[in-house]
Ligand binder design. Structure first.
Ligand code: AMP
Ligand code: MG
Length: 320
């Protein structure tokens, strides 16, 4: 079988595709078109997009949106509820504050953080599924799909491959991986998990994956520094600050990449104990936690699927 590999920069991240079959080039191009389209709808920064329209209309009017954004917003509310608000797209005022401060390498004041927090809370986002509209209740409320959009896009790309008759494929949108069928050797795809403290491409373990998604959230991915202290990009809904997690990264494995995206962000905020509980109560979902103490904790169904890199010399515990 012929194999095609392609890399692009979309959704502010590197998108990597490996596709087998005669139509691979066309499938890869269709996936790129789909991701660009979703980005134009869902980006916080693209003024003509649906998300930007919802944000601009906050406190004033409901905005009519298409199926893609409606699906993502519905799931976002569901995962906010399941995670007790640890995953919450309405944290955007706080996320945006930290992002703006990060550009200038300064810290926001407590007053700025509290003001931004006062506009947050997923109850502020109202969906009308009959009329396909979304409304933010208060002027100053905002949404940011940074923790869910890439997962949704990965799911859409796999559907595109399938519709084109592709049987084997891999797509990675900046740490959101989803696979279809087997790899070029005819075996399940081996997906490496990035070591949180080592350079990109260094893996501490790998997962055998077939028709599943693997998504990692970690403090190491994006951050800025002030006075030698790192401030990463995942916000704690309780404090309005980068969460003080007891894990360095968490990787979630399940069928839906959108679900894995939401849950990995949520589990990172919740930390090892509560994050493990959240994964435990979600059907057909597994996880790998890498703690601050450099220990690995995996969910009970993973041992056959997860392989620790021998040279990593890490301890791995299975949670019962
Ligand atoms: P991820 O890499 O999927 O964990 O998503 C992180 C991105 O989601 C950040 O860069 C923010 O844009 C946004 N974000 C940060 N904290 C949260 C949170 N607690 N809930 C939802 N989205 C968040
Ligand atoms: Mg996420």
């Amino acid at each position: 079988m012929e194999w095609l590999e392609r890399q692009d920069f979309l959704m502010n991240t590197t998108v990597e595709q490996k596709i087998g079959g005669e139509d691979a080039a066309a499938a890869a191009q269709n996936a790129v078109n789909e991701i660009s389209h979703l980005e134009s709808l869902m980006s916080f920064f693209i003024d003509s997009g649906e998300v930007a329209q919802i944000n601009r209309s906050a406190g004033r009017k409901a905005v009519c949106v298409g199926k893609d954004v409606m699906t993502v917003l519905g799931a976002a509310i569901q995962f906010a509820e399941i995670s007790g608000g640890a995953f919450d797209i309405t944290l955007a005022p706080v996320i945006d504050l930290w992002r703006r401060c990060g550009k200038q390498s300064v810290l926001p004041s407590s007053k700025e953080i509290n003001t931004a927090l006062s506009f947050c809370g997923y109850h502020n986002l109202q969906l009308d599924n009959e009329n396909n509209t979304a409304f933010l209740r208060g002027d100053g409320c905002l949404i940011d799909l940074g923790a869910i959009g890439k997962g949704y896009a990965a799911d859409c790309c796999i559907e595109i491959y399938k519709a084109m008759g592709i049987q084997s494929a891999f797509i990675n949108l900046g740490g959101n991986v989803k696979t279809l069928g087997n790899n070029p050797d005819g075996r399940p795809w081996a997906i490496g998990i990035q070591h949180p403290d080592q350079r990109r491409g260094t893996f501490f373990g790998a997962l055998d994956i077939q028709d599943q998604s693997v998504v990692t959230s970690g403090a190491y991915e994006r951050y800025f520094e002030t006075g030698g202290k790192k401030h990463h990009h995942i916000v704690d809904h309780k404090t309005g600050r980068p969460c003080d997690s007891d894990i360095k990264s968490v990787t979630v494995i399940c069928q839906s990449s959108m679900q894995a995206d939401c849950l990995s962000t949520a589990a990172f905020v919740l930390g090892l104990t509560d994050g493990m509980d959240l994964i435990g109560k979600t059907d057909n979902t597994e996880a790998v936690f890498y703690t601050e103490n450099n220990e690995i904790y995996i969910t009970r169904n993973l041992p056959g699927q997860f392989h620790l890199q021998k040279i990593s010399r890490l301890d791995c515990y299975v949670c019962r």
